[in-house]
Design a protein around this ligand. Structure first.
Ligand code: ADE
Length: 238
């Protein structure tokens, strides 16, 4: 059972996401336990203040340290969870990091909105800063959902068909091969004959070749990470 706590000022943003589809089922199966916490509840002021103007002047607001420290300490107890701050300055997120986080027992996500964070949150509370890409969102919530989704689906038993996680793009290092289902002919467009042949070894070979071609065409950077197996080189040369 992995525990995932989410600190946000907009808990309602998570409603549909955590309770639907694979994430909802994972929760029902006891694979994951989510807790969404409004860190305004940990404000020390009676008005629930969570931000303030920046020292040194300038525009915008800065999230105060007290509510976020208190909320993290409340969910952490004596344990030492990974405390993850979602922000565009963070480490670029990828499947390798999803696999790393999937091995943890307890993850705490901090999602800010509009404003910056007091630097002491980064320095003394957070263990990881993650960016989901080189663009700016209105808040960390959508980014946290992306990371949570990719981590939960890697938990044993979360996906109906376990082989689907193993065959993922990026787990194998290649993009996926083309998929087809019935009908064998649709508006004159035919499914490749080989997939109807019933010859499993040939089908596997065709799929690997298509994966390699697609990766070379769309994401050549993925093939440049190391020496390719001889079988791959031969298929690419065909
Ligand atoms: N918050 C705003 N933009 C973000 C991004 N690209 N990744 C993670 N958190 C964010």
């Amino acid at each position: 059972m992995v525990k995932i706590d989410i600190l946000t000022l907009f808990p309602e943003m998570f409603d549909g996401v955590l309770n639907s589809s694979i994430l909802g089922k994972a929760q029902e199966k006891g694979i994951v336990q989510f807790q969404v916490i409004n860190f305004r509840d940990y404000s020390e002021s009676k008005h629930g203040t969570v931000d303030d103007t920046p020292y040194g002047g300038g525009g915008g607001m800065v999230l105060k340290p007290e509510p976020i420290f208190r909320a993290v300490e409340a969910v952490a107890g004596d344990a030492k969870p990974r405390v993850i701050l979602m922000c565009p300055q963070g480490r670029p997120y990828d499947q390798k990091m999803a696999e790393e986080l999937a091995g943890e027992e307890h993850l705490v996500f901090i999602c800010g909105h509009y404003e910056g964070y007091d630097e002491r949150i980064r320095q003394y509370l957070v263990t990881d800063e993650i960016s989901i890409g080189d663009y700016v969102l209105t808040g960390g919530e959508l980014a946290a959902m992306v990371v949570i989704d990719s981590v939960v689906r890697l938990q044993p038993g979360a996906l109906g068909n376990q082989s689907s996680a193993e065959k993922d793009s990026f787990t194998t290092g290649l993009l996926e091969y083309p998929h087809y289902t019935r009908p064998a002919e649709f508006r004159g467009w035919k499914v490749p004959d080989i997939l109807l042949s019933g010859h499993h070894a040939n089908i596997e070979r065709w799929r690997l070749k298509e994966s390699l071609r697609r990766t070379r065409e769309r994401r050549p950077d993925l093939l440049e990470k190391g020496e390719l197996p001889d079988e791959w080189k031969a298929l690419l040369a065909e």
